[in-house]
Design a protein around this ligand. Structure first.
Ligand code: 13P
Length: 260
């Protein structure tokens, strides 16, 4: 018997003006009100410059606010960076770290990501920690090896109390923004594998509590099937989170799965 809640989070990436972000945040807040007492959490991750006005829109409601990145130093001569304490200060509860775009477009190393994870937890944030293999790695049969390395390098040595504030997001890179979704079997297989790594490192009880989201072309038409898999506990949604209708439909699918 699991007590895991479903967590649906929109990653807006580099999209939307401040005014558009505020408008979409209002609509998401409204859509999240339909969740009622179902065990479903909803979050959004706008661009940095929209975090402050969006935090005001979300204040007093149930929608979690996440940043998309952060830097491990609390302050200092680090032009262009944003610290986790400032992310907390602006009203975020979560931060996305290790996203494949940070890893592969901006060249963040596993060492840097691990350092960010610890600094974000120290700043009292919850971390949405992303992992996932690239297409060539999957084709070479190395998907599990890569994911194993990413999970252990990012989370090794964390305490149970810290792990309590970590959500994982499995995002196969070949499924991000491509319209290709992992099949439900591929997603379930990798999610179960990730949970087995967590069992090795942190024990069964804790591993069974950790929420593991799936990300990569999640949309209204595939959300229910993915979320129905026993080890798929949520979705990190890119493109389909940018429109009220599609994101609201994914929230609705999550509520239906959670109630069944
Ligand atoms: P898409 O849903 O657009 O494929 O993006 C997934 C993603 O990267 C979420 O973090």
């Amino acid at each position: 018997m699991t007590t895991r809640r479903i967590f649906v989070c929109g990653n807006w990436k580099l999209h939307k003006t401040v005014a558009e972000s505020v408008e979409l945040a209002r609509a998401v807040r409204e859509a999240a009100e339909t969740v009622g007492d179902a065990p479903v959490d909803v979050g959004i991750a706008p661009v940095f410059v929209s975090l402050h006005p969006v935090a005001q829109v979300l204040a007093g409601g149930s929608v979690a606010l996440a940043a998309q990145n952060g830097y491990w130093e609390p302050e200092g001569a680090f032009t262009g960076e944003i610290s986790f304490s400032l992310i907390r200060d602006v009203g975020c509860t979560h931060v996305i770290l290790g996203h494949s775009e940070r890893r592969h477009v901006f060249g963040e190393t596993e060492e840097e990501i691990a350092r960010k994870v610890r600094a974000a937890l120290d700043a009292d944030l919850k971390v949405i920690f992303c992992i996932g293999e690239m297409l060539d790695e999957r084709e070479r049969g190395e998907a599990q090896t890569v994911v194993h390395r990413q999970v252990t390098s990012g989370l090794e040595g964390l305490t149970a109390a810290q792990m309590d504030r970590v959500v994982l997001a499995y995002e196969p890179v070949w499924a991000i923004g491509t319209g290709k979704t992992a099949t439900t079997d591929q997603a379930q297989e990798m999610h179960a594998f990730i949970r087995s790594i967590l069992k090795e490192s942190f024990g069964s009880d804790l591993a069974n509590q950790v929420v593991i989201q799936y990300g990569g072309s999640v949309k209204p038409s595939n959300a229910a099937e993915l979320l129905s898999q026993p080890d798929v506990d949520g979705a990190l949604v890119g493109g389909a989170a940018l429109k009220t209708d599609s994101f609201a439909a994914i929230i609705e699918a999550a509520v239906n799965v959670a109630r069944n």
